[in-house]
Design a binder for this molecule. Sequence first.
Ligand code: 4NP
Length: 144
Amino acid sequence: MKILMVCLGNICRSPLAEGIMRHLTAEQNLNWEIASAGTGNWHIGKAPDYRSVKAAKSFGYDISTQRAQQFNHSMFARYDLILVMDRNNLKDVQNLAQSEEERKKVKLFLDNDEVTDPYWDDALFDPVCLQVEKRCREIIKQLS
Ligand code: 4NP
């Protein structure tokens, strides 16, 4: 299984989803490929936001070596599943799809809800991290 996690900046939410999912799948000896990307280009090459790094670390995950990249069309072919954090990401990524098959690979990470963007509120990073961890465990159960 190859999964791409997507948010807007690729520095807060999707790096958490990438790092936590990689950690949990490796722990279960699942040979899944996990990556993340942002729909925006502002943070290309940057490490995750220090608040995401800190929240992840406090729950036992190291995301500090991950680097931001921007989503591009080639990623539709490379990944089986593209899990987006909110409905804006869903619209932005689906707009880049060139076939129904590509469009169908794009789904909300939370199935029917959005992961709140914690960027403007320090207090949201821990709850977002826990929410992402819980959902990663569910996704692994569903797909493995
Ligand atoms: P993310 O959060 O999409 O979860 O990485 C954001 C990061 C940066 C910005 C917005 C959201 N920004 O406007 O720079």
